[in-house]
Design a protein around this ligand. Sequence first.
Ligand SMILES: [Zn+2]
Ligand SMILES: [Zn+2]
Length: 451
Amino acid sequence: MNLIDLSNSRRIGANSFYIEIGPFKLLVDAGIDPKENGFAAMPDFSLVEDYSLDYIILTHCHLDHLGALPVILRKQPQAQILASHASTILAPRMLKNSYNVMTKIKEELNVPEYPLYYPSEIEKLKEHFLPMPFSLKKEFIKNGSSINITFHPAGHIAGAVGVELQYKHRKIFFTGDVLFQDQLTLPGAKFPDGPFDTLILETTRGSTQRESLSNRETETNRLIETINHALSRGGSCLIPAFALGRMQELFAILEKARSDKKLSACPIYSSGLGMDLVDYLDSLSKKNFGPHFRRKTVHNLKVRPLPRKIRAGQDVPPGIYILSSGMVIPKTPSYYVAAAMLEHHHNSICFVGYCDPDTAGGKLLKAQQGDAFLFDDMDYVAPVRAHIHSFDLSGHADRDELLNYAQKVSPRAIVLTHGEESSRLWFDQELALLMPETKVIDPAPGVLYQV
Ligand SMILES: [Zn+2]
Ligand SMILES: [Zn+2]
């Protein structure tokens, strides 16, 4: 098997792998890097321009896996897209939002290549989708050879899958982004037991050691207590969250806390794409496409739109603010509300998922009380006075769970992906100790590996 990581960096960015196995030429994911703009945010598709792709496999609909799909399809119009039923429904909505953002910031940030694609190209995707069921082997044939492809539910978000490829006697497994534990709105991953020849392993949480006594339940309780404290001080609580998945899970957590009479009465604010996706997840739940989430959750919580006038430094009305983006990226609601709230003692900012260290979210997590914090996109400096907390409610598996899984499926080679350098290094070192027979590859972008 030949493999090229087309990512723009050896981090978590524009995820995309080229795989060549027998006569089959596949791409797994076509993402964009949320921290970059324009062509710099894209995978290097020039590396595959001489090949004719048969299939593009979409593991899930976060933009770091999906955002460049219309671009690669323009270059490779013969390719079919294999995606779970839920992903075929979510992908056009997520891409439409990304298109809107690109057109908005084209002038502002002077990115002449924006938008990277047009709505008509999003529409065109629909003709290329080949919906794949969960846990059912599908055979694809080319030039008399066949490959079996199986999608396994990966937890993480609705429609997310790990992908099993079998060509002749060779078995390859992509974890994609995975969460083994159950969430309120989505069951955990159900991955096969292997064995596999090659495992492509996500490493998001390689630098994060879970506190020994913490689990999702204790972390959820701690989050609710923290919210109650902020409210009792007369303050607010901002929870930055990814619009797809995390945000609806938070609504479900708050609804449960309220029905258990654990959450103080207060308004809950949210807005944008995440609220729109409430309807999508409701519909996917009714169709039994994976998630368990109902629209009535936001009605029960009386979620209201964000107040119109949010200004840097001017405190917001007391309440809970569940806003995207999860990493507090400039020009998103969580960025503006963080700039409004940060300098007021009674407020709390609660992070519940992964933040890239270079983003405002990552920097806030490292900030100390009294630091001067720069919201560079607004050219605004605020003293850090709000309480900043982090909760281990990530949509990604713990590093130890991933190590256990790697050992269980005993591959001859493991390819590391989707992690910062320090995370990949941790896996590299641990795997060398635990599985000395296994070859571990931390692929350099653009380099061809024979695995
Ligand atoms: Zn993801
Ligand atoms: Zn991802």
